[in-house]
Design a binder for this molecule. Structure first.
Ligand code: UDP
Length: 245
């Protein structure tokens, strides 16, 4: 049974990082597919307007709060989330656990340069991981089926998809019965972070819950996207207040 808090209609797992780690270790022991999604404020706000995305998120085996806005919002519902758990941190843990079991990994998403670099870094740092395929995220729609065949024929047990939301969630969901993996993780720009193409915020920003501010300073073009954070927090406040009555 999952222990979740429902935020603007989406079930988010109430787990700290260590508990999330135990959960993914269990996923690697089993045989079935486990979809892991990593929504932030922006994605949850989109899910309010996109019924398909809402249903997909609610059908996942693990949904972690990859954004401080989600943690803040959970407080309005009276059952606060313990901490922010990011997709990239969980991905790193999956690689560590997967390396011990010589797991097969497939990476899908980001530019060719970024995904190649990410594969090289993973191979260097997590020696036990067996990378069975990489594919950049800039492909034509009619290439999609062939990419899915490639993944399933590769025998991958772990699939990381970094195509941005909601594309990655919809892709994983659409092909959930074909992928043949144990873990399918959708993690936005995660491949860029693993490759080092996009730098993670210094620890100060991360600990203060200000990673969004750091990204805004680095990429001012994200201004409109960052505005979704307060909008989402307000929406959650209203939703929590009205759902109590
Ligand atoms: N991306 C991709 N194919 C596309 C568009 C985007 O693979 O057609 C990748 C992009 O290179 C980046 C990721 O998707 O690595 C999206 O990153 P972003 O920081 O926008 O993710 P989010 O903020 O949703 O976590």
């Amino acid at each position: 049974m999952r222990n979740t808090v429902k935020i603007v209609g989406i079930e988010i797992d109430k787990l700290d990082f260590l508990e999330a780690q135990e959960k993914v270790a269990g996923f690697l022991e089993g045989d079935s597919l486990n979809m892991i999604f990593t929504p932030n404020s922006e994605i949850l706000l989109d899910a309010v307007k996109d019924r398909e995305l809402e249903n997909i998120l609610n059908d996942a085996q693990l949904v972690i709060p990859d954004g401080i806005g989600v943690v803040i919002a959970s407080k309005f519902y009276g059952t606060p989330l313990k901490e922010r758990v990011t997709g990239v941190d969980l991905a790193t843990k999956i690689l560590e656990l997967g390396a011990q079991k010589n797991c097969k990994l497939f990476l899908l998403g980001a530019s060719q340069e970024s995904v190649t670099l990410a594969a090289e870094k993973i191979q260097e740092e997590f020696k036990g991981i067996n990378i069975v395929g990489i594919r950049n995220g800039y492909y034509l729609e009619d290439e999609e089926e062939q990419i899915i065949d490639e993944i399933s024929e590769s025998g991958a047990e772990i699939l990381f998809v970094g195509l941005g939301a909601p594309r990655q969630e919809k892709l994983i969901y659409k092909y959930k019965d074909k992928l043949g993996v144990k873990i399918a993780l959708g993690f936005g720009g995660g491949i860029d972070t693993l490759s080092g193409t996009v730098k993670r915020a210094p620890e100060f920003y991360q600990k203060a819950g200000l990673e969004w501010l750091y990204r805004l300073i680095k990429q001012p073009s994200r201004f409109k996207r960052v505005l979704k954070l307060p909008k989402f927090v307000l929406l959650a406040m209203v939703d929590a207040a009205t759902s109590k009555y």
